[in-house]
Design a binder for this molecule. Structure first.
Ligand SMILES: Nc1nc2c(ncn2[C@@H]2O[C@H](COP(=O)(O)OP(=O)(O)OP(=O)(O)O)[C@@H](O)[C@H]2O)c(=O)[nH]1
Ligand SMILES: [Mg+2]
Length: 433
């Protein structure tokens, strides 16, 4: 199943999705766009995307017979244009092992479902021993019921190794029993690793913690780097980060504030994966504040925000105080769109993690929140008070604003001292010429 990636040249991928009656065109397109990005993260070359509207998945081959013939023809043509390249069909749902096998036989290519694609990315991106063990457990559990199907499938294809790398074991040798034993062994390893981490963590218990959480690719690691001056990995890939990193806010606050960068979420994140990463996510649970980072420039961000919300609730972090951070605002050119976002999320921090000024503002807010010195205030500014307005925007968070012919009314939050300063300037009488 995963051996399609063993060749040096990247496989050519055909994306396929069934659109069920309760799913809109927009949703299926957003989901396929995400599958495309998952494929790109694996380095695949995407041939085409194919959608079929059905009342239910075809029980034998996921898509209906007519569509399967079409897919086979597309792949055949692609094989002629690109001989000797592996081909893979990525289906946008989790399918039964027998469906994957039958579809694969019909189109003469490997078939991977969404879950397998996500697992392969996690497998490749796992760096620490803990993450590697967590991913391996889920991968083996995913493969176990599929071993039989794979052996029934293309028997002639040479199967690559799974499980411990370089162990020389092949899919065929690894019968279910061995897989079960290996999972048990890995679980024991994991308990030991987690124990070490709990010891490390208990040393930090008195510290003030904030965790960056959110959808994959929202910009958590970028913000982490900027807030802490650390060099955590940033990439335009899905699931670039799998391990929680904890660093002190920089420039430092006194007492110090710790910031954690965490694994990103995605819709239909395999449940086992969430369960397996639970211990890593416990770092999130221990934080007293969550910054929920979203990519506000992504048209699908509302759904992404909801997914994050759901996963947080699932891991028991639903009640932790949370600030919404609308990131990547530098990529939104339309002022009307920015205004609409501000109106829809008056309490959110609208930032670009790439802007030094914005990061400094987030830094200031965090320090202030932990010092409990943040207050809200209303200001009324005349049109001729542009300088005061500029100062207010650069030092406070504007939560709400409205205008009339005399000027603007603003609800803002900020440091007590800053609010006092803006208030003194705002109340100054107009200069007469
Ligand atoms: N234009 C713009 N790009 C950003 C901003 N923040 C992050 N990016 C880019 O978005 C991509 C993803 O950023 P990351 O910080 O790796 O995202 P992440 O949330 O850590 O993603 P995962 O680790 O995959 O969950 C990178 O290419 C960043 O350079 C921003 O404010 N503006
Ligand atoms: Mg990251």
């Amino acid at each position: 199943m995963f051996d399609v990636f063993d060749d040096d040249a990247p496989p050519r991928a055909l994306l396929a999705a069934v659109q069920l009656p309760n799913v809109t065109e927009e949703e299926v397109n957003a989901s396929l766009a995400e599958l495309y990005r998952l494929a790109k993260t694996l380095g695949l070359e995407v041939i085409d995307r194919q959608v079929q509207k059905l009342h239910h998945f075809d029980s034998a081959t996921y898509m209906g017979p007519g569509k399967v013939v079409e897919l086979a023809a597309l792949l055949e043509a692609d094989r002629e244009a690109h001989p000797k390249r592996n081909q893979v069909v990525l289906v946008d749902h989790e399918v039964r092992p027998s469906q994957a096998r039958e579809l694969g036989k019909a189109v003469k290519a490997d078939v991977l479902d969404r879950t397998a694609v996500i697992l392969e990315i996690f497998h490749r991106h796992a760096k620490t021993r803990e993450a590697r063990v967590q991913v391996e457990i889920v991968r083996l559990a995913y493969m176990a019921p599929r071993l039989r199907e794979m052996n029934k499938g293309k028997g002639s294809r040479q199967q690559g190794g799974i499980g411990s790398k370089g162990s020389g074991e092949t899919h065929i040798e690894l019968d279910r029993r061995k897989v079960r034993d290996r999972i048990a062994e890995l679980r024991e390893d994991l308990v030991r690793i987690e124990q070490e981490r709990i010891t490390q963590r208990s040393r930090r218990q008195d510290l003030r913690r904030v965790a960056l959480v959110g959808y994959t690719n929202a910009g958590k690691s970028t913000l982490m780097r900027a807030l802490t001056g650390s060099d955590v990995y940033v990439a335009d890939k899905l699931f670039a980060t799998l391990d929680t990193t904890v660093r002190a806010l920089h420039p430092p606050a006194d007492p110090r504030i710790l910031v954690s960068d965490t694994v990103g979420f995605i819709r239909n994140l395999p449940h086992d994966l969430v369960a397996s990463f639970k211990s890593t996510l416990d770092e999130t649970l221990e934080s007293s504040l969550l910054l929920h980072v979203v990519d506000a420039s992504d048209p699908a961000f509302e759904a992404q925000k909801q997914t994050t919300h759901d996963v947080l609730a699932e891991i028991g972090a639903g009640d932790t105080p949370t600030r919404l951070v609308l990131n990547k605002c530098d990529r939104i050119d339309d002022p009307a769109r920015l205004a609409a976002l501000r109106a829809a999320y008056p309490d959110a921090w609208m930032i670009s993690a790439k802007s030094e000024a914005d990061v400094a503002r987030v830094h200031g807010e965090l320090v202030a929140i932990f010092q409990g010195a943040i207050e809200e205030a209303w200001f009324v500014l005349r049109h001729d008070q542009g300088a005061v307005r500029a100062l207010m925007y650069s030092t406070c968070v504007v939560l709400e604003e409205s205008y009339d012919e005399d000027g603007g009314r603003y609800r803002v939050s900020g440091h007590r001292e800053v609010l006092d300063r803006v208030r003194a300037l705002a109340d100054a009488p107009a200069a007469h010429s």
